[in-house]
Design a protein around this ligand. Structure first.
Ligand code: CMC
Length: 428
């Protein structure tokens, strides 16, 4: 039985179909509203607008639920590894042993990046932010694989772009760091797993025999899993909208990286550590900073707090907070900003301003503390997020293409000048 909502306007009543998702989420399908009534909807920041129907990630912000393809984030973070989760997100099912081995083999075979990408890297100033370099180099892959420019080619060719981008991401990500510190790049070591290989490319120096610490690569695996997809967030929506013009996977992901960079989105992890260090340098008075965050005349926000969809708790933050304690203990690291973070959380959770607005620590509040303990420099935090989010961007781009979704093109309500005659420059 189809459900409808009714809208009355201008003396007429319109029936608006209600769409129901598999978790009983309801939406009004307004796709014919303008044709029928002349009306459009207006929703700044898409706070209340579904842009698509998707089978990838389920999120219930009130209950703090996050599932990839039906599997809970808690179970995946505990039992799986990043490449298995990437396979699940991209292809829809957990791989069999044989499928997984083939997937890992394919990715391992494509970790090398064309040598000329290095010439482009050399052209960046060494102080360039790694996110800007990453976005440029991922976009530049279209120049090396022009066949990717036509994403309507065969499924095998599209899959090759998927394998290539997954394989080359850690190499390019590590190179953005080497560029920043002015060191020669390391090439991939295909005897290592995905995370260990990345860590080696980040940290090995030519004269040293670099050994990855399993505590470090396990923690990295977990962090990447927690970031792997998050349905229609700012960067993912960007990837889908860019891809909807039939732009290549590389250019769509490059746009997603740029969207992720901002401090209200993925860039928050860098901003959190900078904020915590600022508080520490200022004497550690958390109340003073809480008051600043609440003062509407002060642009300061408590970074790592609040979320567009989580209004109870962010399940990723819960896992990360526990992992932060664990990793720091195992590595024997004492980081005073962890204490400041915990103190800030405690004060905020009792504060009326934060309680009323349902502002809780998000995924970025504690992730930076773990990254720091793993030796990842602050400027690289958002690059780590991008590495984690890559399977999600790929899966969302693929789903959008397979569903043959129309080009993303919102409407607007025009509030500018009405028609007026042109005035010659001498008469103005
Ligand atoms: N500190 C102080 N006040 C805040 C904060 C904060 N971190 N976040 C929201 N508010 C207030 C905001 O001022 C507003 O108050 P009022 O109703 O009095 O005007 C109210 O809470 C609602 O905020 P909003 O900006 O309308 O909410 P939003 O859904 O548009 O924004 C957000 C969500 C994540 C951009 C925002 O909470 C924020 O800026 N947080 C800090 C940045 C951050 O940590 N971002 C990472 C998000 S998680 C990683 C990811 O997936 O991107």
């Amino acid at each position: 039985m189809s459900e409808f909502a009714e809208l009355s306007f201008g003396g007429k009543t319109y029936q608006i179909p209600v769409v129901t998702g598999t978790e009983n989420e309801k939406a009004l399908d307004i796709s014919k509203l303008r044709a029928q009534s002349g009306l459009i909807t207006l929703d700044y920041g898409f706070k209340n607008t579904g842009s698509t129907s998707s089978a990838i990630t389920f999120l219930d912000g009130e209950k703090g639920i996050l599932r990839y393809r039906g599997y809970s984030i808690e179970e995946l973070a505990e039992n799986s590894n990043f490449l298995e989760v990437a396979y699940l997100i991209i292809y829809g099912e957990l791989p069999t042993k044989q499928e997984f081995d083939q997937f890992v083999k394919d990715i391992t075979m494509h970790t090398m990046v064309h040598e000329e990408v290095k010439s482009i890297l050399d052209g960046f100033p060494s102080k360039a932010h790694p996110m800007g370099v990453l976005s440029s180099l991922i976009g530049a892959l279209t120049a090396f694989y022009p066949e990717a420019l036509d994403p309507s080619r065969s499924a095998d060719e599209v899959n090759m772009s998927i394998i290539r981008i997954l394989a080359k991401m850690p190499t390019i990500a590590a190179w953005t760091y080497k560029n920043e510190i002015g060191h020669p790049v390391n090439y991939p070591d295909n005897s290592l797993d995905y995370c260990s290989n990345f860590l080696k490319m980040m940290f090995a120096v030519p004269s040293d025999k670099y050994e990855t610490d399993p505590v470090v690569s396990d923690a990295l695996n977990k962090l990447l899993i927690l970031h792997a997809d998050h349905e229609q967030n700012c960067s993912t929506s960007t990837v889908r909208v860019v891809g909807s013009s039939h732009s290549s996977l590389y250019s769509s992901v490059s746009a997603g990286i740029s969207a992720l960079w901002g401090p209200l989105h993925g860039g928050a992890n860098q901003a959190v550590i900078e904020m915590l260090e600022g508080i520490k340098a200022d004497g550690g008075d958390t109340q003073k900073w809480m008051d600043k965050a609440k003062d509407k005349n002060d642009p300061f926000r408590l970074m790592g707090f609040g979320h567009r969809v989580y209004k109870n708790f962010d399940p990723r933050a819960k896992i990360i907070k526990k992992a932060a304690d664990n990793v720091l203990n195992k590595l024997g690291v004492h980081d005073p900003v962890l204490e400041i973070a915990k103190g800030l959380e405690e004060v905020a959770l009792k504060d009326d301003y934060f309680v009323e607005r349902k502002l809780y620590p998000n995924v970025d509040f504690y992730s930076g503390i773990i990254y720091r303990a793993l030796g990842i420099p602050t400027q690289m935090f958002t690059v780590m997020f991008a590495m984690g989010r890559l399977p999600g961007w790929i899966a969302q781009w693929k789903e959008m293409r397979e569903n043959n979704e129309p080009i993303g093109r919102p409407r607007q309500v025009y509030v500018g000048k009405n028609h007026r005659p042109y005035v010659n420059i001498e008469n103005r």
